[in-house]
Design a protein around this ligand. Structure first.
Ligand SMILES: *[C@@H]1O[C@H](CO)[C@@H](O)[C@H](O)[C@H]1NC(C)=O
Ligand SMILES: *[C@@H]1O[C@H](CO)[C@@H](O)[C@H](O)[C@H]1NC(C)=O
Length: 390
């Protein structure tokens, strides 16, 4: 019986102990849950306050946005009024000037820019040259007479001048034939109606000009000289050694002519060649009063097969012998203003003639070329046109 009681007590004890453990366990769980609830409460409170702050911020920003929107609306209204006004003004202008579509406005702008470019080019062009003519074709040819040898040159005084005609027969003489007019020259048997002008030094080649009552002729002793000779009182006004060394004949088909002078609307030019640029012809602008050189250019015109050249409005035209017998043509041009290129230059053939040109002298007043062709004195009437403006 006693043992039975002991067992019961032990069992009760056991049960009690188990109960206590359960209570302890539950208490711990509750504590843990409470802790988490507290934590959660804290977090919620924090979130709530953050949310509140955010809401406040949002509110104030919304207010700002409202204000900005208002300001924007006001300024947009202002712009709208101005657009309206501009539109009204445009309408008014259109009624004044007729309707001009937008495309035309663009074209106008481009046109204006093109005009601007053209003005600039013109300015550059005017600075270098006052005239804008270029050769278009040879309109007519007139053989005036035959006097003298195969080589020589003849010309009228190309200045504002006398109208007198001068004949340089040969390439190494000292007496020029002077005729008082072209008619006298034509009707004169030989040189009988002329007066002789005897020069202090013999000329060399065919590169001379007569300009404003002065002979500008080339003489060669040790050096090539340009001599300016006053015809009226028979005195040498000036003489200058051309400032280039190692001259070579400027045209391969006329080896006696080392240098060639030319007169155009701009004044006096020198066509020459040196060993430094042996294969090509060079050009220089010479001051007719002082014989000083103003500017020099190397051209792309070859000396090979060239027979003569002349200048019109700052453009050099070089005549070459062609393979066809008795024909020569202008085959190379050089424009100091860069307005005429070889591609743009017209193909100009000289009419059929006798031998070879030993000189071609341009007269700007008459638009005539005075040519010497195997002793024949020939006039070519030129047709000029305006240089193309881009
Ligand atoms: C022209 O010069 C040649 C030599 O080149 C000469 O034979 C001829 O007689 C000269 N003629 C005149 C008219 O001077
Ligand atoms: C020739 O005429 C020019 C210009 O008229 C003058 O300057 C020069 O002195 C004259 N010469 C002679 C030798 O008379």
């Amino acid at each position: 019986k006693m043992r039975g009681l002991l067992v019961l007590a032990t069992l009760a004890c056991f049960a009690a102990a188990q109960h206590q453990a359960l209570i302890d366990y539950l208490e711990q769980r509750l504590l843990a849950i409470e802790g988490r609830i507290t934590l959660w409460h804290e977090q919620t409170a924090r979130y709530a306050s953050e949310l509140r702050d955010l809401k406040l911020q949002m509110l104030s920003q919304l207010e700002n946005l409202d204000k900005e929107k208002e300001a924007l609306r006001t300024s947009l209204d202002g712009v709208g009024t101005r657009v309206d006004r501009v539109e009204r003004e445009l309408d008014y202008l259109e009624t004044q000037n007729g309707v001009q579509p937008c495309v035309d406005v663009d074209d106008k702008l481009i046109e204006q820019q093109v005009t601007l470019v053209q003005e600039k080019q013109k300015a550059k062009y005017i600075r270098l040259s006052d005239c804008s003519d270029m050769i278009s074709s040879i309109k007519a040819m007139k053989i005036l007479k035959r006097v003298g040898g195969p080589k020589g040159m003849w010309t009228k005084d190309v200045g504002q001048g006398s109208g007198k005609v001068y004949v340089f027969n040969g390439t190494d003489e000292d007496t020029v034939y002077q005729f008082s007019s072209a008619q006298d020259f034509t009707r004169s048997p030989g040189t009988s109606l002329s007066t002789g002008v005897k020069l202090p030094l013999a000329w060399r080649g065919t590169g001379h000009v007569v300009y404003n009552n002065h002979l500008y002729y080339l003489s060669q002793a040790e050096e090539i000289q340009v001599i300016k000779y006053n015809i009226a009182n028979g005195s040498v006004t000036d003489a200058a050694v051309f400032p280039a060394q190692d001259h070579v004949p400027v045209y391969s088909l006329n080896p006696e002519t080392m240098m060639d002078l030319a007169v155009d609307e701009e004044g006096l030019w020198v066509v020459y060649a040196t060993q430094q640029n042996e294969r090509h012809i060079s050009l220089a602008k010479m001051d007719a009063a002082s014989l000083g050189i103003e500017q020099m250019w190397d051209t792309n015109c070859p000396r090979e097969n060239a027979e003569a050249a002349f200048v019109i409005c700052g453009t050099l035209y070089v005549a070459y012998n062609t393979r066809q017998p008795g024909r020569s043509r202008i085959q190379c041009v050089f424009d100091v203003n860069g307005m005429v290129s070889n591609e743009e230059a017209p193909l100009v053939y000289f009419p059929k003639r006798y031998g070879a040109h030993s000189s071609l002298k341009y007269n700007p007043q008459e638009q005539l070329l005075y040519a010497w062709d195997d002793g024949y004195q020939i006039l070519y009437k030129l047709v000029l046109k305006k240089k193309q403006e881009i």
